[in-house]
Design a protein around this ligand. Structure first.
Ligand code: GLC
Length: 805
């Protein structure tokens, strides 16, 4: 196989690239929680404030050529007219050396040409809503160098959808002008139809270097029938000092730099926003001035960068491991929790693939936040409360919401949305040991989906969810599919309103088990939950077993979904894994997971179901809404579902197989097998799905970054494979590891105490703990390998010794 175009540098939590024309943009997110950007290994990317749909600041040409453009561009024009860039885009001029790197919160681009080294580091200031471009030029040529530096962004009309549809009118509501006093380009989008026009920001593009010329007009900057790869104004060596009142805006700034022998200079560009350009222009200008004055001060940029780094260091320090497996360790310590933050922030909405208008999914966010519970429980709690406010009085939850955009949510009733809330609540309670958040009063949504009606505690909200499921059972006592369940494409099996879902039954059981535990912890009775569990278990025992594996459901005609007699989608992964997770139908669990291994494991992930239905124009294509065979829910390797298979194997104590599944779907491992061209997507972030073996491009990673795989893989790896798992009773130590491992170590903060957990595996087992001690005191394992609160109260830190066997 060809040499890989990247290398990980784990000491710096960095991936470094030495080739840039990858099959897709491999992106990194830059953010301070309010202002955001993504940037690729080639320097392409876009930025937005609060919402990529409402306040899109810069443009990105989704789906179009040239791929991955525009971005955050710096041009260096030498005296002989040569123009090159620290990043691969836009110029592509050959240079003597080029490198780029992504790390949590920042990306850096370095190029060298004729003795001049240019490094551009991009990151989001933490105290100011500003994307910082930190440019360092070093002259090692042995002669004086003089060059012109241009920084460029293409500005956007804020409202992403409207820009696409009505941009030809709305472009007359753009105003970009150079403000002499600020020494900055200021940009406002003035369309009256902006739903949040009072907040509409003033965008500024500025520098701490002396500005020699500027341009606010994209089309003049580039020139007729040219683009940002060879802009005519850069070629001319001087910008046209053009303001713009309507048209296609850009921010282009020019400064002249002279470097003596061995001299290095640092200069910065700042792309920032201040709130309220349309409601109080003077105030917005004053705000911009304050920000720019602060950022132009000596040391300010370095200070902001240090703050950013400490945010990530603190976030990651909550859980760090030392494993005899470098790839897994890297993923668990850095890249997976990094991606989990992105999905918690952006749901399925924005990446170089996802165009940023999707809002947040109820079920998606409930799952995404599972990976924040153990690092930022307050954040997870806030989101859970918000989600509960998107539930209707009958207990079902809306499916998609736009909290930032304040658009009315979308309500097409799924059978599962509300259930996911319970798992998040349980996880929060288990992490913090504090149940008070369950008593928070939260309004329900009226059926008009906007007006809040009546309110109830979060606890009551969850009970309404149980009621909803109980009131929507089918003829066999299993929950109805309704519009769909977790699987967005299951709907066609239940369009007539009678189809039933075994996965929802399994989910319901797990939720009821967790509610029963929570009820007891609240000093309430749990019998009602136990009775419902028993009822569901009976239905499953009666209808779910197909002989070698579990069915996925029953369709409108009561015919089985996922049975050995069928020619397509004969076996479905989630039905097997969730039976273990729900701990139901115990006698068949092992056989079901063995069948999944035999039928679904491709060696590069398990298929969601197999074989896929043939695509259009076959009659069967309708069963999967026309998805081609091998893609996503139709016989693809659905990565999120792989997490549950890993979790199930870990719960069964089959560490070898759980780790095989975990390792084989790790992007870097897939790339080692099939190469970058085939896999396409980032080596450090999970994809939503990989094409399955029914497709000739088996192994292609699709829809990367924005996927529920991030949170689940994070939870599964830290809590089920390494097995450091919070429960209401305390911290359970329950590793499922490869038998060949001698042991591993985890550093983990839990309920205020920093634990160093050293696990030894002298007997080379895959599962099982035979000895556990905290600070030298051995625990009685009769009630499980659980570190209860009394062992760690008032401890700042403790050493935990675990012996497996
Ligand atoms: C996508 C959706 C998610 C759904 C899954 C399976 O990831 O965002 O909500 O559960 O597909 O269909």
């Amino acid at each position: 196989m060809d040499k890989l175009p990247y290398e990980f540098h784990d000491d710096r939590r960095e991936i470094r690239f030495d080739r840039f024309d990858l099959p897709a943009p491999w992106i990194n997110y830059l953010s301070n929680g309010r202002m955001h950007a993504f940037v690729s290994q080639a320097g392409g990317g876009m930025s937005w404030w609060l919402s990529p749909m409402m306040f899109r600041l810069t443009r990105y040409r989704f789906y179009n050529m040239p791929i991955d453009s525009p971005g955050f561009y710096v041009y260096l024009r030498m005296t002989d007219g040569t123009v090159w860039s620290p990043s691969f885009r836009p110029c592509e001029t050959p240079v003597d050396f080029r490198e780029a790197s992504h790390a949590p919160g920042y990306s850096a681009f370095t190029a060298k040409k004729d003795g001049l080294t240019a490094t551009l580091k991009l990151f989001m200031a933490q105290d100011y809503d500003t994307l910082v471009w930190d440019l360092k030029l070093t002259n090692e040529s042995g002669e004086e160098i003089s060059c012109d530096v241009f920084a460029y962004v293409e500005l956007s009309q804020f409202l992403a959808r409207e820009e696409n549809i009505l941009g030809y009118y709305l472009k007359w509501n753009t105003r970009a002008v150079f403000d002499e006093e600020l020494q900055a380009i200021t940009y406002a989008y003035t369309a009256w139809m902006h739903p949040r026009k009072d907040e509409s920001p003033l965008v500024t593009f500025a520098s701490d270097a002396k500005i020699s010329s500027f341009c606010c007009n994209r089309d003049l900057f580039c020139g007729n029938y040219r683009d940002e790869r060879n802009p005519v104004e850069v070629q001319n060596g001087r910008l046209s000092n053009t303001n713009l009142q309507g048209g296609e805006p850009c921010g282009a700034l020019h400064t002249h730099v002279s470097l003596g022998k061995n001299e290095a200079k640092q200069l910065h560009f700042f792309l920032g926003v201040t709130e309220g350009a349309l409601s109080d222009y003077d105030k917005a200008i004053a705000g911009a001035k304050e920000t720019l004055t602060a950022l132009r001060k000596e040391g300010a940029v370095a200070g902001q960068f240090a703050k950013l780094q400490s945010w990530w260091a603190d976030h990651l320090a909550v859980y760090q491991c030392d494993l005899p497996d470098e790839d897994a360790q890297r993923m668990i310590n850095t890249w997976n929790p990094l991606q989990s933050v992105q999905t918690a922030r952006y749901s399925r909405s924005i990446s170089s693939d996802a165009s940023g208008v999707r809002g947040i999914g109820f079920r998606d966010t409930a799952q995404d936040m599972l990976a924040q519970v153990y690092r930022k429980p307050e954040w997870a709690t806030e989101m859970l409360w918000y989600l509960a406010s998107q539930q209707l009085e009958d207990g079902h939850a809306i499916h998609t919401a736009w909290p930032e955009e304040k658009r009315p949510p979308q309500d097409i009733t799924r059978s599962d949305d509300h259930i996911w809330m319970v798992y998040l609540a349980y996880a929060i309670a288990a992490e913090t040991g504090d149940l008070r958040f369950l008593d928070k009063e939260i309004p329900f949504l009226e059926t008009d989906l906007v007006t809040p009606v009546g309110s109830a505690t979060l606890w009551e909200h969850m009970l309404r969810g149980v009621d909803f499921t109980e009131k929507h059972l089918g003829e066999h006592g299993l929950p109805l599919i309704l519009f769909s369940d977790w699987n967005d494409h299951l709907g066609p099996f239940g369009r007539k309103g009678k189809g039933e879902s075994i996965m929802v039954s399994q989910q319901h059981i797990l939720a009821l088990r967790q509610l029963a535990e929570l009820a007891e912890a609240r000093g309430e009775r749990a019998e009602a939950f136990d009775r419902l569990i028993e009822k569901q278990e009976k239905a499953l025992e009666q209808f779910a077993w197909d002989g070698e594996w579990f069915l996925r459901g029953l369709d409108d005609e009561a015919k089985p979904i996922g049975a050995h007699t069928q020619s397509h989608a004969r076996i479905w992964l989630n039905a097997q894994s969730w039976m273990v997770i729900a701990d139901a139908c115990r006698e068949h669990q092992l056989e079901a997971m063995d069948s999944a291994a035999r039928e679904l494991d491709t060696g590069m992930g398990l298929l969601l179901n197999t074989p896929g239905y043939p695509g259009w124009p076959s009659k069967e294509a309708a069963m999967v809404n026309g998805l081609p065979a091998g893609y996503s829910e139709n016989g693809g390797v659905f990565c999120q579902a792989n997490c549950w298979a890993i979790m199930a194997e870990a719960l069964l104590g089959r560490g070898d197989r759980a780790w095989k599944y975990y390792k084989q779907i790790m992007p870097n491992e897939v790339i080692k097998k099939v190469g970058v061209e085939r896999y396409h997507a980032e080596a450090y972030a999970y994809c939503s799905t990989m094409l399955g073996k029914d497709n000739e491009k088996f192994g292609w990673g699709c829809v990367s970054q924005v996927t529920g795989t991030a949170a689940w893989m994070d939870v599964v790896a830290t809590q089920y494979l390494l097995g450091i798992r919070p429960t209401l009773k305390g911290l359970l130590i329950d590793p499922s590891i490869p038998a060949e491992w001698d042991g591993f170590t985890v550093e983990r903060s839990f309920r205020g105490c920093h634990l160093t957990i050293r696990v030894e595996n002298p007997d080379h087992v895959q599962h099982g703990v035979k000895e556990l001690s905290v600070d030298g005191r051995t625990l009685d394992l009769a009630r499980g390998a659980i570190i209860t609160d009394d062992r760690i109260t008032n401890c700042q830190s403790a050493i935990v010794h675990v012996t497996m066997g």
